[in-house]
Design a protein around this ligand. Structure first.
Ligand code: AMP
Length: 542
């Protein structure tokens, strides 16, 4: 017997329509590419997204067509999120930090019909335009006054002109909730990038779950500043969760340095933010140097790479900002786990609580997870056994766009490529990417654990640990360190710093000092590059 409830598809357009109706005067504030601050409301965003939808139709964009964007976090990008998906076309966010060749490859693979870009990226557009096989037009996300006087790209369109020509009052079409809504390519550190193709349904379920109190706890009383880019898994879904709950949105545009962010946190009374550890490193350094505080920021979600415990401590103890350590991936829309304590932990000592807060946390409802050994057998949740982490759920991919890479699922589970432990309470700790784990004498050593300890040393700015070939043990850990400007520390002092913090056989065999750790387009350490650079390092014990 079927239930007797209304059969309303979960569509992305309904989220903005809801915000426009129930949070009409809630603000969206953006630092623009031109440098000024732009303010308007959800009602304005909804009206303009409707005009954009009409403009897309006039430019020949139809159902299922892909439309690319190369843009910062800002109000026009937000309108594109809704204007494009709202008509059943597919919003394809492209990471501008990729190499232009990779950008052209991705846009061709996606068969983008139009490409919208922020003026910052005009040089990229000029470089890639001759190689774009399917793109019929390029739209500069600006007004007439700021249009480039000349460009190598013929017939550039102007975003504000397109909207000006259209009228208000667009009626969003209704269609199947399983229609593709947006496309995001994985970073492709191994082989070509692969496209995760989200649906309206998966996006809305993810937005609901993200907003829950034990997830990101978003509400109409929040002012939320996503530092995480809208080209990195839809700003971790915040572009949808914020209008869903009616939170004020603050977009930082291209200025992601410590001062610009701190200014915006203060002037816009931001309560919650989100970003990768590398961004927060810059912010914390700026705040410390200038002896500043956060007057309204109460919590921030940190993920994308493991958040060093020293950073969690600095936020919590020095600035009273609670860190929600979270884990996810492009293939998971992205949220998988978030660290929030349970009632039974509230009576623990601060140190015991901290021991839990540094983990990547508990699965959000909608994500099922398990760890398995190399033989595929499920491993116990004892907080000690490490295994390959598999997930399943309604916002986890079941394959990639155009079937790239074949069927990734194993008995219906998606192998994340991460290695993790899970505690009896379900708190998950990522110990490594499976390709980064150090296999020493048949046992695994967590490079993340070793890095977290090194960055807690006062002289260390950044640290990475890779496995280096060893004749007896297969691999042994090598610690690669960037010192803080002006700081001195020796190999012996660093190795001594591990005393009592790890099992003796985990101790790195050697330390090398370098000027910078290479970072990928989403702010993760590029261990492939480090292995090329230091993989043949001769260990003293080898
Ligand atoms: P991406 O698809 O670019 O977001 O990358 C996803 C990958 O980032 C995951 O599979 C993890 O390897 C890594 N990652 C994300 N969040 C965390 C975290 N909190 N701790 C450790 N690794 C993380």
């Amino acid at each position: 017997m079927l239930g007797i409830m209304q059969d309303q598809p979960l569509l992305i357009s309904s989220v903005l329509a809801h915000a426009a109706r129930h949070h009409a005067d809630t603000e969206i504030v953006s630092r623009t590419v031109e440098g000024s601050i732009h303010r308007y409301t959800y009602a304005d965003a909804h009206r303009r997204a409707g005009r954009l939808a009409r403009a897309l139709g006039a430019l020949g964009v139809g159902f299922s067509d892909r439309v690319g964007t190369l843009a910062w976090n800002g109000y026009r990008h937000f309108e594109l999120y809704y204007g494009i998906s709202g008509i059943g076309a597919v919003m394809h966010t492209i990471n501008p930090r990729l190499h232009p060749e990779q950008i052209a490859w991705i846009a061709n693979h996606a068969e983008d019909k139009l490409l919208f870009f922020d003026l910052t990226f005009l040089p990229i557009i000029e470089a890639v335009a001759p190689h774009m096989r399917t793109c019929k037009g390029f739209v500069a996300m600006t007004d007439r006054a700021h249009m480039p006087a000349s460009s190598k790209v013929a017939g550039l369109l102007c975003y504000e002109d397109l909207l000006e020509r259209e009228s208000d009052g667009f009626e969003w079409p209704t269609f199947d909730e399983n229609t593709a809504s947006s496309l995001c390519y994985t970073s492709g550190t191994t082989g070509n990038p692969k496209g995760a193709l989200y649906t309206h349904r998966s996006t809305i379920l993810h937005a609901y779950a993200s907003a829950l109190p034990d997830t990101l706890d978003c509400s109409a009383r929040d002012a939320i500043l996503p530092v995480v880019p809208m080209f990195h898994v839809n700003a971790w879904g915040l572009a949808y969760s914020c209008p869903l709950v009616g939170a004020k949105l603050v977009f930082p545009g291209p200025q992601l340095d410590g001062k610009s962010l701190h200014d915006l946190f203060e002037t816009e009374k931001v309560t919650f933010s989100a970003g990768v550890p590398t961004v927060w490193q810059g912010l914390l350094a700026y705040v410390k140097q200038n002896n500043l505080r956060f007057s309204t920021l109460s919590r921030t979600v940190i993920g994308g790479s493991s958040c060093p415990p020293a950073m969690i401590k600095a936020f919590q103890d020095d600035y009273g900002v609670r860190v929600l350590h979270a884990w996810g991936m492009t293939e998971m829309s992205p949220l998988g786990t978030v660290c929030n304590l349970k009632t039974k932990h509230l009576g623990l000592t601060k140190d015991e609580q901290f021991g839990i807060e540094v983990t990547q946390g508990r699965a959000v409802y909608g994500v099922d997870m398990k760890i398995v050994g190399d033989d595929g057998q499920e491993l116990p949740w004892d907080g000690k056994s490490f295994g390959n982490l598999l997930v399943r759920g309604p916002w986890v991919v079941k394959g990639y766009f155009k079937g790239e890479g074949g069927d990734p699922l194993v008995d219906g589970w998606f192998p994340t490529g991460d290695v993790a432990t899970i505690s009896p309470d379900g708190f998950m700790t990522i110990t490594d990417r499976s390709k980064d784990v150090i296999k020493s004498g048949g046992e695994w050593i967590s490079s993340i654990d070793l890095e977290n300890i090194a960055v807690a040393h006062p002289a260390v700015l950044q640290a990475a640990v890779i496995g280096v070939a060893h004749p007896k043990w297969d691999e042994r850990p090598l610690l690669i360190v960037v010192r803080k400007p002006g700081a001195q520390v020796t190999r012996e002092e660093l190795l001594g710093f591990y005393d009592g913090k790890i099992a003796k056989w985990w101790l790195p065999d050697d330390v090398v000092f370098t000027d910078a750790i290479p970072l990928g387009a989403t702010g993760k350490m590029l261990k492939t590059k480090l292995r090329e650079q230091f993989g043949s390092h001769r260990l003293p014990t080898a």
